[in-house]
Design a protein. Structure first.
Length: 500
């Protein structure tokens, strides 16, 4: 089944659209029960075509599933011709929707592997990681092709669909991790809320990630696979009194990535839209209705489609530090601080975004003050900004503002004082890098530094500083770029009361 010139012209004319549907793949004879015994209950169809430059974000290949299908298997391949330097080559993602359709919102969603796999299967009792097991009901299913980038020569692809007929195995009901661990009461808990496994484009199993999280001294983690919730049922046996596991998804759009963090089990969040379509607010509300936080990820990343373009009006927090500290993170930190100066505060987080070796789980990690080690308490602490980010469990930060009467405020809190009353900022760090710098930052910039120490104090007033936040930096290695962060805090706010 090749692509006709008419189809190619249609794709070119609808290049600004988000989706296009190809001709249907039919298994009509199987529906009639008139199958060739020589096939041994296995039916295969192969589709070939070429997607031109400017193709829509998603191209759907309808597949008519007859009754009596035990397993659906899909394999695909595509050509990667040489391209001139500076020109993007071919990259083609793939996923699956069932007979409930491809409407935005995902009722028919059955899995997504992006470009991480070249084949997958779905059965009632099992599925390839990233795909959702369940009934294979008769009707029109859809193989979703996502031309991420297309070479000037076009993207020639082959999709092979194989049906295995016969009685389906009983469906397996997923089991999810508990929403509470024993914990240590009200204290600081460490977590990594951006992690990938074999359920999307990672190379580690959930068990390997859980072991690395424990080794890194974490109290909680979040599973955030790209555009799928299929891993939610893979973590129950890995949680424990010492490790809380939150569920979620990295919603990977063409205009940036966002973490749906701490959502209800089985929550799927659609990703098939761009900023120009003005649809993100709908899905931000869906994340919150599912009990989760909306967290734009690596907002200044330079990979194609990675930088955040939707604005921060719907964000509950923002991932300012992603993985080993780089200039991208420095730019993200500056942008976050600029919003603080303008009076718009979105609590900051840091996560590893670890995929495979040598990515380090827990580098960085968010340290949050919570009443207990539970989903609700951790999300409350993150939402309130009672948190700081550290490069490892070796680094701890204690930062407060105290007025002349002994009243104090911590991270994410406000201290209301007369405008000219002295307020003392106290920063104490455990595990600060040798030769590093402690910095106190306000809306005017860096106003206090201390070199090679682990404690410092500085006095200011509410008239002079609307907030104070702290940074712990490694020694400078490449001036004028400041030393890489070892830790940074959310702000403590100063409100001037105007009275003595």
């Amino acid at each position: 089944m090749g692509m006709t010139d008419t189809t190619r012209r249609a794709l070119l004319m609808t290049g600004a659209a988000t989706a296009f549907t190809l001709g249907t793949v039919s298994f009509a004879h199987a529906a009639d029960g008139d199958t060739d015994p020589a096939t041994d209950g296995v039916l295969t169809r192969t589709v070939r075509g070429t997607l031109p430059p400017g193709s829509p974000d998603f191209v759907y290949l309808p597949v008519e599933l007859p009754h009596g299908v035990r397993e659906l298997h899909v394999a695909y391949a595509y050509e990667r011709p040489a391209v001139p330097a500076g020109t993007q080559g071919n990259a083609l993602d793939i996923g699956l929707f069932d007979q409930r359709g491809t409407d935005l919102g995902g009722k028919g969603f059955r899995g997504w592997s992006g470009g991480a796999r070249k084949e997958f299967f779905v059965r009632a009792d099992d599925a390839t990681p990233g795909y959702v097991a369940g009934p294979l009901r008769a009707g029109t299913w859809y193989v979703a092709l996502g031309p991420y980038t297309v070479a000037p020569q076009g993207l020639a692809y082959t999709v092979t669909i194989t049906l295995r007929l016969g009685p389906a195995a009983p469906a397996v009901r997923p089991v999810y991790p508990p929403e509470r661990a024993r914990g240590r009461g009200r204290t600081w808990y460490r977590g990594d809320c951006h992690l990938h496994t074999v359920y999307s484009d990672g190379r580690r199993t959930p068990a390997e990630v859980a072991a690395l999280a424990r080794a890194a001294g974490l109290d909680f983690l979040a599973t955030t696979e790209h555009n799928t919730h299929a891993a939610h049922g893979a973590w129950a046996d890995l949680a424990g009194d010492d490790l809380l596991i939150l569920l979620g998804e990295e919603v990977t759009t063409r205009n940036g990535h966002v973490l749906a963090l701490g959502t209800d089990p089985g929550t799927f969040v659609d990703w098939r839209y761009r900023a120009r379509e003005n649809r993100f607010g709908r899905f931000a509300r869906e994340i919150r209705r599912a009990g989760g936080l909306v967290v734009p990820a690596h907002p200044q990343a330079t990979c194609i489609g990675c930088a955040w373009k939707f604005g921060f009006g719907d964000a509950d927090a923002v991932e300012v530090w992603n993985g080993p500290y780089t200039p991208d993170d420095e730019v993200a930190l500056a942008g976050w601080d600029g919003a603080l100066v303008r009076g718009r505060w979105t609590p900051a987080m840091g996560n590893s975004d670890a995929h495979r070796d040598p990515d380090r789980v827990g580098t960085p990690q968010t340290v949050v003050l919570a009443d207990e080690l539970s989903r609700e308490a951790i999300l409350d602490g993150l939402r309130a900004g009672r948190s700081y980010v550290a490069e490892s469990a070796a680094v701890s930060v204690d930062f407060t503002l105290t007025d002349a009467r002994g009243r104090s405020a911590g991270l994410g809190e406000r201290l209301t004082v007369p405008a000219d009353e002295p307020v003392t900022a106290r920063l104490r760090v455990t595990g600060a890098p040798a030769g590093g710098t402690l910095r106190l930052v306000t809306d005017q910039g860096v106003l206090h530094t201390a070199q090679g120490v682990d404690t410092t104090e500085w006095t200011t007033t509410a008239a002079y500083a609307t907030y104070v936040r702290a940074e712990v930096r490694h020694p400078v290695t490449a001036p004028p770029f400041p030393g890489a962060l070892a830790a940074f805090t959310n702000p403590v706010f100063l409100d001037a009361s105007g009275v003595a």
